[in-house]
Design a protein around this ligand. Structure first.
Ligand code: FUD
Length: 292
């Protein structure tokens, strides 16, 4: 089983100036990862050529994730807001393509944040139509779109694997996949194993976020890691698995607030990233050994 091991850029930096990008990409390579997941939440601040050059220099692959804001929410009923959301998604897709990546993931279908009511029928349809539109655009560059369901406090569109699969069935595009994040699964799923099996059986298990229950260091929270790694091993997952962790030590102008990152869960991100990679590799190896 070959998993591509990634780390989210927010482990290193909340901005993407040439200096910060160099620091983050160098640290990712130094920690032993194959890939960095950049977060072009405001794609206008991302220099893709500079990013591509640095990735090549350090022999790294790249993916990109983002979440939308209230004024770019493609699940809005307001066509002007949806249009702004599409513009942002297209720009993020361009950043990823020009940086050399092939997977765009995250909360591409919704605002990232607490809603005060359930999604409306029109809003959900706007979201689904936008993802179909985005998928067709992405397909022109051989890019896969992976939809990350989030817990109920961060979106009202999809909160579980099954809801994500149902959403994907409506969108009906071959390059739209489910993105499973253990942090969100831990809040919303009945079973980690059943969730992984369902996504895999549908042929839509496209991306994985490895995050602890408190979004800090792996193995210090309550995620049932042997079960989750066992499920990935059972279905023969061969995609990207990105370690994602947030602390008030590294602040992003909007994302940190959207995710309610109020406290300091770590200070040494180098040790954190190294330990997370070792933990994940060991967990997958143990799962394979258990299977025999
Ligand atoms: C959100 C989350 C992140 C986010 C985005 C950041 O809770 O888990 O993965 O959606 O991907 O870049």
């Amino acid at each position: 089983m070959t998993v591509t091991h990634g780390v989210h850029a927010l482990v290193w930096t909340g901005s993407w100036t040439p200096e910060e990008a160099r620091r983050a990409i160098a640290a990712t390579a130094e920690a032993g990862y194959d890939l960095i997941e950049i977060a072009p939440i405001d794609p206008s601040g991302f220099d893709a050529d500079m990013t591509a050059g640095l990735l090549q220099e350090h022999g790294l692959r790249v993916s990109a994730s983002l979440g939308l804001s209230a004024d770019t929410d493609v699940s809005s009923e307001d066509p002007a807001v949806v249009a702004r959301g599409r513009e942002r998604l297209a720009a993020a897709l361009g950043v990823l393509r020009d940086s050399g990546g092939t997977t765009l993931c995250g909360v591409l279908y919704s605002k990232l944040g607490k809603y005060d009511a359930p999604a409306t029928e029109r809003g959900r349809a706007n979201s689904q139509e936008t993802i179909a539109w985005l998928a067709d655009k992405a397909a022109e560059s051989g890019i896969t779109v992976a939809l990350e369901f989030c817990n109920r406090y961060e979106t009202n569109i999809i909160n579980t694997t099954q809801e994500t699969l149902d959403f994907i069935a409506v969108v009906d595009r071959p390059n739209v996949m489910a993105h499973l994040d253990t942090y969100h699964m831990n809040i919303e799923e009945h079973s980690f194993t059943e969730a992984v099996r369902a996504a895999s059986a549908a042929g839509r298990l496209g991306y994985v976020h490895i995050g602890e229950s408190h979004r800090g260091a792996l193995g210090t929270g309550s995620i049932p890691w042997p079960e989750f790694f066992g499920a990935l091993d059972e279905v023969g997952y061969e995609g990207i698995a990105t370690f994602e962790s947030f602390s008030s030590e590294v602040v992003h102008r909007t994302l940190s607030n959207d995710l309610a990152i109020w406290r300091n869960l770590w200070t040494d991100n180098h040790a954190l990233a190294r330990d997370a990679l070792a933990f994940t590799k060991a967990g997958l190896a143990e799962a394979a050994a258990r299977r025999g």
